[in-house]
Design a protein around this ligand. Structure first.
Ligand SMILES: [Zn+2]
Length: 373
């Protein structure tokens, strides 16, 4: 029991460092300095203590060992012989450390990379931004998210992995920290803190983006398989060229270069070479010239060459149009409560009331338009 308490006491600097980093209770400079000092000095006393008891304590459960199984492990501070109290606990350690060895890069970049970025970002945010508290909170939230996204896969997947029976495993993190309270307890802490930090980080991002205040009546989601233009963020849909018009397009336009020049002469501006942006600009130009959205889409049947299924969202509604050949898939569903569109039915399959919805394939060269009013 005394050994367990001593191990817990020696483990305590770890959560203290995390509190110092993420909550900055002593101000930015002092908190970070104390945290780094605690972190760097921890192994000077914790590692010798753990190594001196490595043959008497189980690395998995931190219980006492009489005749255990020996495990040779190499970590960033050197090689060491550790012990498990039973073959079952040795097997769990081989699973966890084997997974860690196979995912060493993920763990190193996820933990050390996040920590280094965070330790750089917090002082910079304090000195360079006009709202240091908000910038520090952002840095803390991103740090928590990055750590959570690194340790949760480890804590959840590693114990289920097949045991690695290699003669000496290379572990990418200090084993002595696990030895202080036992790997099993460390994994539980990682699951709990990882989940908490994931929630706190996501909550912070949602609050900063004001997601709770957002309301709406319609939304467009899109996954792009680029065939005609570069795979860049600039090519991502939807394209928005008017004040409240956005367009998602499945297909390709063959006359977009000529049309782009015509539209430029009419005052439309372009940011990419993407054909979909030309279609969006065409609709914006038509609406600006006095067309309704339905009329603009009907005109596009004359002026746009190529294959397309368009979904257009405006402030007041949305519309769907397929080209006269209609080779791109499309399916629509409608109930008294909502209208849905997808390239495949699976996009609509989870909607409430889909069992009784009217479902149909939009006809070629026909504009379907819905308005909120
Ligand atoms: Zn054990």
């Amino acid at each position: 029991m005394r050994l367990r308490l001593a191990g817990i006491a020696l483990f305590l600097p770890v959560p203290v460092v995390l509190v110092l980093f993420t909550r900055l209770p002593l101000g930015v400079a002092t908190s970070l300095a104390c945290g780094v000092a605690l972190m760097l000095t921890h192994r000077l006393y914790a590692r010798p203590w753990a190594l001196a008891r490595a043959e008497r304590r189980c690395l998995w459960c931190a219980g006492g060992v009489r005749a255990g199984t020996s495990l040779a492990l190499r970590d960033p501070f050197g090689a060491g012989a550790w012990t498990a109290c039973s073959e079952a606990h040795a097997s769990r350690l081989r699973s966890v450390f084997g997974w860690a060895a196979r995912h060493a890069r993920l763990l190193q970049v996820g933990v050390l990379g996040s920590l280094a970025s965070f330790l750089l970002a917090v002082p910079l945010a304090s000195w360079l931004t006009s709202h240091p508290t908000a910038a520090q909170a952002d840095a803390s939230a991103l740090f928590r998210l990055a750590i959570a996204l690194t340790v949760l896969p480890f804590a959840l997947l590693a114990p289920r992995a097949a045991p690695d029976h290699g003669a000496s495993l290379s572990v990418p993190f200090p084993v002595h920290i696990q030895a202080l309270i036992g790997s099993a307890a460390v994994l539980w802490l990682l699951r709990l803190v990882g989940t908490l930090w994931l929630c706190l980080g996501l909550w912070h991002v949602a609050t900063r983006l004001g997601l709770s205040a957002l309301t709406g009546t319609h939304a467009i989601g899109h996954t792009r398989m680029a065939t005609e233009s570069a795979v860049t963020i600039a090519g991502s849909h939807p394209f928005s060229t008017g004040n409240d018009t956005c367009l998602v397009h499945n297909g390709s336009l063959s006359n977009h270069n000529r049309l782009r020049e015509t539209l430029r002469r009419h005052g439309e501006r372009f940011q990419t070479e993407n054909d979909t942006e030309v279609a969006a600009a065409y609709l914006s130009w038509r609406v600006r010239s006095g067309d309704t959205l339905k009329e603009a889409l009907e005109h596009s049947l004359d002026d746009l060459d190529g294959f397309y299924t368009f979904v257009v969202g405006t402030r007041d509604g949305f519309a769907v149009l397929r080209d006269p050949i209609a080779c791109k898939p499309a399916v629509m569903a409608e109930t008294d409560a909502w209208v849905g569109f997808g390239s495949e039915f699976r996009a609509l399959a989870a909607l409430p009331g889909i069992e009784t919805a009217r479902i149909w394939e939009p006809a070629p060269a026909t504009v379907y338009a819905w308005s909120r009013s």
